[in-house]
Each structure stands twice: as C-alpha cells, then as structure tokens.
Ligand binder design. Structure first.
Ligand SMILES: *Cc1c(COP(=O)(O)O)cnc(C)c1O
Length: 225
C-alpha cells in the first residue's frame, strides 16, 4: 500500500470517529482532497485507491492537471472524478472555472455572481457555488462580510445559481471552534444545508460542529513545499 493510500485510510478513520462522536452519519461528511501544488503523479495513488473528490485553489493549475486525470479515470465503477475550486476567483476567469470545476467554494461578491451567471448561461452548464464568508473579519482574506450573506445569496439565486451552503477559512493560530460554530449558525439562519469547513489541523472539530465538506491537503499528501 502506498503512503498516500495509508494517509487516506487514516483520515477516513478519523472522520468516521469524529462523526460518530457527534452522532452524525459518516456519509454526511465528504472529504475534499486538496491537491494544490501536487503533481499528477502524486495525485494518482489517491485516484487508484478510489478517491474521487478533489479541490484546487487556482484555475490555471487545475487546468494543467485535471482534464487529463479526469479522462484517465473516467471509466471504472468508482464514479466520475469531481474537482472543486476552493481558492479566490477573479471574474475574468469565471468562464474557465465553470468549464473546469464541478463546484465553487469561493463565491464572495456581487461582481462574481454576475460573471459566474453569465458564464453558466453561455456554457449552458450550472454548477453549485458556496458562499465564502470572511468569518474572522480579516482584511487580507477572501470571503464576504457576515452582514452581506443574505443579499449575496438572494443575488445568486436570482441569477439562477444554486447555493447549497457556506464556506470559511478561520483565522490561523487560534481555536477555530467558535468560527465553525458561527458559520453553522449563519447557514442555519439562511436555511442552507451545507458547510465547507475544516482542514488538516482542525477537521475533527469542524465535523463536530456540522461540516458537510472538509478540505484536507497536508494530512493526505504531506507538507507542501
Ligand atoms: C490549502 C487549502 C486547504 C487545505 O489545507 P491543509 O492544511 O493542507 O489541509 C483547505 N482549504 C483551502 C481554501 C485551502 O487553500
């Protein structure tokens, strides 16, 4: 068994334990393997192990890897490969993003709603978009302000964009639990079922607080260079 195969098993076991402790079903939490900076050769062992859900944070990088990997793994009984964008998106790359990805976790401003809606109409392809919330009110981070969630949600839906939930990246180096709990409350207030939260260092806490998608890179692939 390859190293990343073992890491996948370990993460899945930790996920199952955390779900059980929270009295949640393990299948209600999905693992997005964050493959940014990893080469196709580093990614293949996870695909070979049957994992099908991945995340990237840059359009260009994803375009250089995923069309080929999708084709390589399109057959078989594991279902299709799914790739989500988890990084900030410039409006001028909206069309490329809609073509490349199966979901976008970084919808954070009205101008991007407009660009994505236009791209979806043009390509006749609809993909779900999660609203990213700047949960720690950090100036350097992407995400909309907490007070703007409802209007952004309304704008996206009016433009025909499906919004299943909220996403956040809490401030580094502090206990993430209060931020995860806040995101969960905001999702509930807006009747949104999905929560994209939790990374390698804190996904068990995120699961306890209601995450339906966790985004894990380092714990699966090792440290990034
Ligand atoms: C890189 C990244 C992750 C994964 O982080 P790890 O600590 O490597 O698990 C999750 N979410 C986003 C938005 C990222 O950019």
């Amino acid at each position: 068994m390859t190293d990343s195969n073992e890491k996948l098993r370990a993460v899945q076991e930790q996920m199952a334990k955390a779900a059980k402790l929270a009295q949640r079903k393990a299948e209600d939490v999905r693992l997005i393997a964050i493959s940014k900076t990893r080469t196709a050769d580093e990614i293949r062992p996870l695909l070979d192990a049957g994992h099908r859900l991945f995340g990237e944070n840059r359009v260009q990088e994803a375009a250089s890897k995923w069309p080929d990997l999708r084709e390589e793994y399109q057959t078989g009984d594991r279902g299709p490969v799914e790739v989500h964008l988890v990084g900030q998106l410039q409006s001028n790359k909206a069309e490329e993003a809609v073509q490349l990805f199966d979901a976008i976790h970084s919808l954070d401003r009205p101008s991007l709603v407009k660009a994505l809606a236009k791209a979806m109409d043009k390509l006749d392809r609809r993909i779900p978009c999660y609203i990213q919330v700047n949960i720690g009110e950090e100036p350097q981070k992407g995400g909309c302000e907490i007070g703007d969630i409802a209007s952004l949600l309304h704008g996206a839906r009016s433009a025909g964009i499906e919004v299943p939930g909220l996403m956040c990246v809490p401030p580094a180096e502090v206990n993430p639990a209060p931020y995860f709990a806040l995101l969960a409350k905001l999702a509930k207030d807006n009747s949104l079922p999905d929560l994209s939260m939790g990374m390698s260092g804190d996904f068990e806490t995120a699961i306890k607080l209601g995450a339906t998608y966790i985004r894990v890179g380092t714990a699966l692939f090792g440290e990034r260079k």
